[in-house]
Write a protein that binds this ligand. Structure first.
Ligand code: LMR
Length: 332
């Protein structure tokens, strides 16, 4: 080969080698802290995916809304600016997939077992199918846990909520829930909640102990009520074009990693929340109150009409599956 050809050949050869070695990058954006069920699940997926693909895939996890806030992250996924997210099921309404909001209905799940049977059964798959026309593929359901209430006053009875401005996720069911309690719900991105509570833009909120603790909500709220009135869980989703464009062997390895990361997350979620509740109590920064059975019955009674009210919006599919699985588990 003449020298002048060699000069051209070398950079091309190097460029080819660099291309062959550059990994496929999955940007996994989420809004909570690393030290939560979702944060840990994302890190576990990174570890397993990179190992299973022998470094062909690199997973970059961006926690704490460092890349995008709630609504922005869904736009970014659809545009392909990020490849993977795990938004809470309460946040799919603005995409037009309202059926996920059924999971927000207060007291709808009598147990985790029933919840699991619904998400892992045909309904869980069917809900994922509804995402496909939006350019999204659903991969897994991840748990967080059951929600409690916080405010700057004790919340023992439904009437204690009257007139309070309560932050909610972007779910019409959560809107109906707080209206049923006589409160004024306000949709707000998760990353803005701490400051909104601190400055009094809103009076209170609801979340899982894990989210309350890691966001330091308990430091800006004088009272917390352990009510476990509703559920927060996630759909792990990917950009459809990206996912379907992956080499089949790589996609299979990632599916395996996701399955393992899902088992891990769903195994640790309950304990993570128990530990967070203990840590909140220990901090001494907020008064933690556990509802009595009689008070719980009052809350249930006040919140019962929500299901009827939102049935038309969320459809019967999830509700029927919950009823069926509850009956099968002998709890209703
Ligand atoms: C919230 O906005 O309160 C939660 O959905 C945050 C999360 O991702 O757990």
């Amino acid at each position: 080969m003449k020298l002048k050809h060699l000069v051209f050949a070398i950079p091309l050869f190097l460029a080819g080698a660099a291309y062959a070695q550059s990994p496929i990058v999955i940007k996994f954006s989420h809004v909570v802290a690393d030290d939560t069920p979702k944060g840990k699940g994302a890190m576990k997926f990174k570890e397993l995916a990179e190992k299973a693909t022998n470094g062909k895939v690199k997973v970059e996890v961006y926690p704490n809304s460092t890349l995008y806030k709630d609504k922005e992250e869904l736009d970014a996924l659809q545009l392909g600016a990020v490849q993977m997210l795990a938004p809470s099921l309460a946040k799919f309404g603005p995409l037009g997939v309202k059926q996920f909001e059924a999971f927000d209905i207060p007291y709808i799940f009598p147990s985790r077992e029933v919840l699991r049977r619904v998400t892992q059964g045909p309904v869980g798959k069917d809900l994922f199918k509804k995402l496909e026309p939006k350019g999204i593929v659903g991969l897994a359901y991840w748990d967080n846990g059951f929600k409690d209430m916080t405010a700057n006053k004790p919340l023992h009875h439904p009437s204690d909520f009257r007139g309070l401005k309560m932050r909610i996720q972007s779910s019409k069911v959560l809107d109906a829930q707080f209206r049923a309690l006589g409160a004024n719900p306000q949709v707000m991105a998760f990353s803005e909640v701490y400051q909104a509570l601190q400055t009094g833009v809103v009076d209170g909120t609801e979340n899982t102990p894990s989210n309350i603790y890691t966001q330091k909500t308990h430091e800006v709220q004088s009272d917390m009520t352990v009510s476990e009135h509703g559920y927060i869980g996630y759909a792990v989703i990917v950009n459809k074009k990206f996912w379907e464009g992956l080499p089949a062997d790589v996609r299979g390895q990632l599916e395996g990693a996701m399955k393992e990361a899902t088992d891990y997350t769903n195994k640790i979620a309950e304990k993570e929340n128990q530990d967070a509740l203990e840590a909140i109590k220990k901090s001494g920064k907020t008064k933690v109150y556990v509802l009595t059975d009689a008070e719980k019955a009052e809350w249930r009674k006040a919140l019962l009409p929500v299901r009827k009210e939102v049935e038309g919006r969320v459809g019967k599919e999830v509700l029927d599956a919950v009823d069926k699985e509850s009956a099968a588990a002998g709890v209703k």
